[in-house]
Design a protein around this ligand. Structure first.
Ligand code: SF4
Length: 163
């Protein structure tokens, strides 16, 4: 899942979690490297939830030219803690195209996909990050994201209690 840089919400800069006030002791305080190579591994393999917001449901439905009701029947599941995308029987995301390892709704893919691997759970400890890096060849190489940039991406997480 190639990841674009997102427009950060910079906030007022006054609160304790603003990028300027990040504790220097954060394990990722010197930044982290990540550049997606588009291998598609994160879109297949073991089951996992890709949570979607109502706005994302509308955006994907619109992109596909179907109603949100139709989208719900065909592509949405509630088997996790919140609405998420279905998977195929082999564990691939319902929108993963195996023939070219691409996402069929890439321009409107959920924010959770766009933010990977800068998810709260993966940033919670170096161990979690390194465990995920074993399956993602894009982690720990390529572009260096600074701590403030990572904090901005973290702040965008639409499901901080789930990711
Ligand atoms: S596993 Fe990593 S490198 Fe491969 S598509 Fe996903 S984010 Fe990109």
């Amino acid at each position: 899942m190639p990841t674009d840089r997102l427009d950060p919400d910079n906030g007022c800069g006054q609160c304790a979690d603003s990028p300027e006030n990040l504790p220097s002791a954060l394990w990722w305080g010197n930044g982290l490297r990540f550049s997606c190579i588009g291998c598609g591994r994160c879109c297949r393999g073991e089951p996992g939830a890709i949570f979607i917001t109502p706005a994302e449901e509308s955006a994907i439905s619109c992109y596909l030219g179907i109603s949100t009701e139709d989208f719900g029947k065909r592509f949405k599941t509630s088997r996790w803690k919140a609405p998420s995308l279905k998977e195929k029987k082999n564990g691939e995301c319902i929108f993963y195209q195996a023939e070219n390892a691409r996402c069929s709704v890439y321009p409107v893919r959920p924010l959770q996909c766009r933010l990977f691997p800068f998810w709260p759970v993966l940033l919670s400890s170096e161990e979690e990050w390194e465990k995920a890096a074993e399956d993602c060849p894009g982690m720990n190489s390529g572009r260096l994201y600074s701590a403030p940039e990572i904090a901005e991406l973290l702040a965008q997480c639409p499901f901080p209690s789930l990711l």
